[in-house]
Structures are given as structure tokens and as C-alpha cells.
Design a protein around this ligand. Structure first.
Ligand code: NDP
Ligand code: MG
Length: 387
């Protein structure tokens, strides 16, 4: 029986990898909704190629363009934030949440509230609204499948034991392009250097997050919500080859690891076929060629984002949402050449210090915290005259 698939953020790196897998098994999948933010040309192209029922562009002003591009194709066109949420109304068997940033929160939550099977790549939504999102999963009976490679690895390792028996979850980190750089070298880093990840090919925002290691901080918070073992059982280790995607140690001191080529189609294929398996076109692991696997402790001095993220989730309340919002603004400013690489973490720390709202108790309140933290971060860029 064919399964229908919707993809939020279909024009991005994760969205494209998902479509690549779907295109290889045309008898097994049909495409319901595909969404993008502003890339009308790519959205229309993939919607037609995959015979989607609906294509939604988030930026309302691009509606006419999308409608024209889809004319005669049989694909319905829609635009704007409400249409984005409406895409979750389509009866999809499996939904990929791969919008980048907290902008993905509302659509992801809409799919969860429908009780759907949701493959989660959009980690920022879980960082900002983790408890409320997990509550929504429980309330609706939705199935949340982790796609972030580390969390997908942990999910696979947890299949052979009980969560009560977990002693430690060890998230691996590549260390990014500046793993061995000096602080002086990091100060001079350009956006082009920061987005050039040594192992993975990803969107610009997550590539910068990997370079600052904020990505691993966000993933620590993501793991905290997905796998309730407690923060003191979550550890991070740098593993430059990105072959082991994470590990679970049980209390008998047996440690399970999931290995694979650094290709997002491996965890996406796992989520797409779950609870079964499907063939993927990914490279088989050639361990003899890889030769060795290295590990080292992360450096808290050159990568302060890790401690900021751990402190944010320890404190709870609005802190993780503030951390995420400030980071999104700072990363965008860095990519635009307005601030230096090391200033990303400085700005996040500064906003966490100066903005301390009451703990949010609803998604609307999370939205308000997210907006206010962004405003603080933007005004900080102005005050510092670095805009
Ligand atoms: P990309 O930047 O490549 O793609 C982002 C997608 O989201 C695009 O389709 C984009 O549309 C859409 N989008 C951007 N802003 C908005 C918005 N405001 N409203 C609605 N849609 C929007 O990102 P990635 O694919 O790299 O990452 C997606 C998510 O997956 C992130 O949360 C990331 O952390 C996570 N992830 C990514 C991995 C990877 O390998 N890339 C690995 C693990 C997790 P448009 O093209 O029109 O701008
Ligand atoms: Mg990851």
C-alpha cells in the first residue's frame, strides 16, 4: 500500500534528501504537501516532479509567482503562515519536519496535534518548546521519529534495552571545521569557511551551528526532551570522523553504538521505513579505509556554546527558547558579515543575561519569548554598532 508523505521545508538539505529517497521508490510513496519559505522556483519544480497534491510557500508575497509556475500541473498552490499550518491538515501518513529554525514550531506542532507520524529534523522547535511539544505528542498519540543523526542513532540503540536501564547517552560531535583552530584563527573566520563542514553537507544555519558547536548544545537539549534519562546522563564527546553517530551505555556497562556514512539519507531512511527497514543508496561503511576512530573531550574555552546550552536547559523555563532565538539572530548576522564568528556566542550569552521572562506555559507565550529575545538580540547588534 502506498504511503503519503508531506515535507515541511522541502527545498532544503534534509527535504531534498527525503525527496531523493522517495523518488527511488515511486511505487511505495505518494506526495501530499511540500512547503518552502521563499524559493518558488525550487518548490514548483519539486512539486511538479513528485506530483504533489499541494505546494505551500510561506512568504505570502510569492503566491502569484507560485500559482503561475504551477499552472496546468494539477498541483494546488497556497501561501502564507495559515496555509503552512493548513498543509498539516492534509491526511499524510508520514510528515518530515525540516524547516530550519523556530519558524518550524507551529507547522510541526500542527502535524503533531493531528496525531501523525512526524519525522523530526527541526531541532530548534524542540529546543524552544520541548516540554509543550512532548506533551502534545502524548495528548494526540502522535509518533515522533528523531531524524537528527545523533538522536536517530540513540533511538536505534535504545531499541535493545529499557530507558530505565540507561546509564549514559553519549552524543558524538564532529567538532566542526575549527576543531583544531586557535582562538585567533577563529576570530578571523569568514562565513564561507564556517559553512564548509568537513564531513556533512547541510544548510547554512546548521553548518554555522556545527562550527560554533552550538549545534551540539541544541542537540543536548533535543536529547533531554526525546530521551528522559536526565541531564546528568547526557554527555558529549568529539569524534572527528562522524562514523559513530551516538552511543547508549546501559547500567551493565554494555555500550551500543550506531555507525554509518555521514549521509542524512541513512537516518531519514530509518525514519521513513520505521519500524521496518528499506534499502538506501548510501555508501556502505568501509572501516578498513577509514582506519581509525578518534575521540576527544570538547574544549569549553573555544566552544562556549556548549556550556551556554547546558546552563539554559538546567535553568529551564524560557532559557532554552531565548538561547535558540538569540543564536538564530546571531548566526544570521554572522552570515551577513555583520559580526565576527566568536561574537555569536557572546551575543547569545549577553541576551541570556539581560532578558529573563517568566517561564512560558503555552505555545503563544513561547512565541512571545522568541520574538522578544530576537528584538533584544537585534538591538544589541545595533548598540554595538556591528550592523
Ligand atoms: P536548509 O536551510 O537547507 O532548508 C530549510 C528549509 O526550511 C527550506 O525548505 C526553507 O525554504 C524552509 N524555511 C526556511 N525558513 C523558513 C520559514 N521562516 N518558514 C517556513 N519555511 C522556512 O536547512 P536544513 O535542511 O539543513 O535543516 C533543516 C532542519 O533540519 C534544521 O532545523 C536543522 O537543524 C535540521 N537538521 C539538518 C541536518 C542536515 O544535514 N542538513 C542534519 C540534522 C538536523 P526556502 O528554500 O524557500 O528558504
Ligand atoms: Mg545532528
Amino acid at each position: 500500500m502506498q504511503r503519503s508523505i508531506s515535507i515541511f521545508g522541502a527545498t532544503g538539505s534534509v527535504g531534498s534528501s527525503t525527496l531523493d529517497l522517495i523518488a527511488r521508490s515511486p511505487d511505495e510513496f505518494t506526495v501530499a504537501a511540500l512547503t518552502a519559505h521563499s524559493d518558488v522556483v525550487a518548490l514548483a519544480r519539486i512539486a511538479i516532479a513528485h506530483n504533489a497534491r499541494l505546494a505551500v510557500i510561506g512568504d505570502e508575497s510569492r503566491y502569484a509567482e507560485l500559482k503561475a509556475a504551477l499552472s496546468g500541473s494539477g498541483v494546488e498552490a497556497a501561501a502564507g503562515p495559515d496555509a503552512l499550518l493548513g498543509a498539516a491538515d492534509l491526511d499524510a501518513d508520514w510528515t518530515m519536519a525540516s524547516i530550519v529554525g523556530c519558524a518550524g514550531l507551529a507547522p510541526t506542532l500542527a502535524a503533531i496535534r493531528h496525531g501523525r507520524t512526524v519525522a523530526l529534523a527541526n531541532k530548534e522547535s524542540l529546543v524552544s518548546a520541548g516540554a509543550l511539544m512532548m506533551d502534545a505528542v502524548t495528548a494526540s498519540g502522535a509518533t515522533l521519529l528523531p531524524v537528527d543523526s545523533e538522536h536517530n542513532a540513540i533511538f536505534q540503540c535504545l531499541a535493545s534495552g529499557r530507558i530505565e536501564d540507561v546509564a549514559r547517552i553519549i552524543l558524538t560531535a564532529s567538532g566542526g571545521p575549527f576543531r583544531t583552530a586557535t582562538i585567533e584563527e577563529m576570530r578571523a573566520v569568514t562565513p564561507a569557511q564556517a559553512v564548509k563542514h568537513p564531513n556533512w553537507s547541510m544548510g547554512a544555519k546548521i553548518s554555522v551551528d556545527s562550527a560554533t558547536m552550538m549545534n551540539k548544545g541544541l542537540e543536548l537539549i533535543e536529547a533531554y526532551h526525546l530521551f528522559p534519562v536526565g541531564l546528568d546522563r547526557l554527555e558529549i564527546i568529539v569524534h572527528p570522523q562522524s562514523v559513530i553517530h551516538s552511543m547508549v551505555e546501559y547500567r551493565d556497562r554494555s555500550t551500543l553504538a550506531q555507525l554509518g556514512s555521514p549521509d542524512m539519507r541513512v537516518p531519514i531512511a530509518h525514519a521513513l521505513a520505521w519500524p521496518q527497514r528499506m534499502a538506501s543508496p548510501c555508501e556502505p561503511l568501509n572501516l578498513a579505509k577509514i582506519g581509525r576512530l578518534d575521540f576527544e573531550a570538547p574544549d569549553p574555552v573555544r566552544f562556549p556554546a556548549l556550556a551556554l546550552a547546558r546552563a539554559a536547559i538546567e535553568a529551564g523555563g524560557a532559557r532554552p527558547a531565548i538561547l535558540n532565538a538569540a543564536n538564530e539572530v546571531a548566526v544570521a548576522a554572522f552570515l551577513e558579515g555583520r559580526i565576527g564568528f566568536l561574537e555569536i556566542a557572546t551575543i547569545v550569552e549577553e541576551i541570556l543575561t539581560r532578558y529573563s521572562p517568566a517561564p512560558p506555559t503555552s505555545i503563544d507565550e513561547i512565541g512571545a519569548v522568541d520574538r522578544e529575545a530576537r528584538e533584544h538580540a537585534i538591538s544589541l547588534l545595533k548598540v554595538a554598532r556591528i550592523d
